[in-house]
Design a protein around this ligand. Structure first.
Ligand code: GRF
Length: 200
């Protein structure tokens, strides 16, 4: 049970369009939450730029900055603690989150995946590969999934899912664009659901 605004860290590696959608919805719908930290394995990317322009603290952290993976994991946990993070949202983060971080945020870490999990998930299923696989399998619908993160790739409990049609003349790129648009509405809805669960 939480009574203060939930403090959110988003993890990104790229454009950060989901991050931007989350930021806008939190502001416009006045959800009891605040994005206070953007963590990235890249010092410069769309997400980090957006965070800097909007007064959100950024943390560029990669395994390479440390002498061991354990040290990297500890530093990440420390960074999250220092900013009193309640919820982690993975939004296009292209690295495995250390198990120590997953363990420190049970039921408080979400990821968005551009397909209807458990289909088209797991290692190697990211970005355009997902949409290519969906088309090759002859699916007539696909979608997006927001799920809790556990130690196994794309295997945590599903929180919210929404379908998107596959059209006969779709290419992986046109399908990716339609799914991404769906993600921008789905992720904020899933966050709202998580916040409600945490307040009940
Ligand atoms: C999204 O398709 C998301 O599902 C996947 O990575 C992509 C990130 O896009 N995990 P963006 O950086 O939010 O624009």
């Amino acid at each position: 049970m939480t009574s203060h605004n939930s403090r959110i860290a988003v993890f990104c590696s790229g454009n950060g369009s989901n991050f931007k959608a989350l930021f806008e919805v939190i502001r416009n719908k006045q959800l009891p939450a605040e994005i206070v930290l953007c963590i990235s394995n890249r010092s410069q990317c769309g997400a980090m730029e957006f965070a800097q322009q909007n007064g959100i603290t950024t943390l560029h952290i990669t395994e390479k900055q440390f002498s061991s993976f354990d040290e990297f994991a500890c530093a990440m946990v420390e960074g999250l603690k220092k900013h009193q993070i309640d919820i982690i949202l993975l939004a296009g983060y292209m690295r495995k989150v250390p198990d120590a971080v997953v363990a420190a945020f049970p039921d408080r870490m979400l990821n968005i995946h551009p397909a209807l999990l458990p289909k088209f998930g797991g290692e190697g299923m990211y970005g355009i590969h997902v949409h290519t696989a969906v088309l090759e399998a002859g699916e007539t619908e696909t979608g997006a999934t927001v799920h809790f993160v556990n130690e196994e790739y794309d295997k945590g409990e599903i929180l919210l899912q929404r379908t998107v049609p596959v059209l006969p003349d779709d290419t992986p790129e046109t399908l990716a664009a339609r799914v991404l648009e769906c993600e921008h509405r789905l992720y904020p809805d899933a966050l709202e659901k998580l916040l409600t669960l945490r307040r009940s």
